[in-house]
Design a protein around this ligand. Structure first.
Ligand code: ZN
Length: 117
């Protein structure tokens, strides 16, 4: 998902050898970003998106989308909207962890409170 090339990251405008071109869920059609902008959270903030479509959470499937009208992320557990989840590990997974391409939509699982790939 992170290809080697000499490109300019559209976010930080730095030349980089590593460009991410994996899954990213946002309103805007995003194609490329550098791994540093992913790591420090700039990419998710800049494009108002997340890297994971669904994450196992409290026995359900959690998904997050950006609401352009309210200018904030909206959290869903299964199909129900829930209050914003404050969870450092969840934030890292959603906003700073590159996704991967699979035949079916990828799904992160939880193991006694700890996430695993
Ligand atoms: Zn960058």
């Amino acid at each position: 998902m992170i290809g080697r090339s000499n490109k300019i990251c559209p976010i930080c405008k730095q030349e980089t050898e590593y460009i991410y071109a994996g899954p990213f869920y946002s309103i805007e059609d995003v194609h490329e970003m550098c791994s540093w902008c992913i790591y420090n959270g700039t990419a998710a903030t800049w494009y108002k998106g997340v890297f994971q479509a669904a994450v196992e959470y409290n026995g359900g499937l959690l998904s997050v989308t950006y609401d352009d009208q309210n200018k904030d992320f909206v959290y869903f557990l299964n199909y129900d909207e829930i209050p914003k989840v404050i969870d450092k590990e969840l934030d890292e997974l959603l906003f700073r962890t590159p996704g991967y391409v699979s035949w079916q939509e990828s799904q992160w699982q939880m193991d006694t409170g700890r996430r695993k790939k």
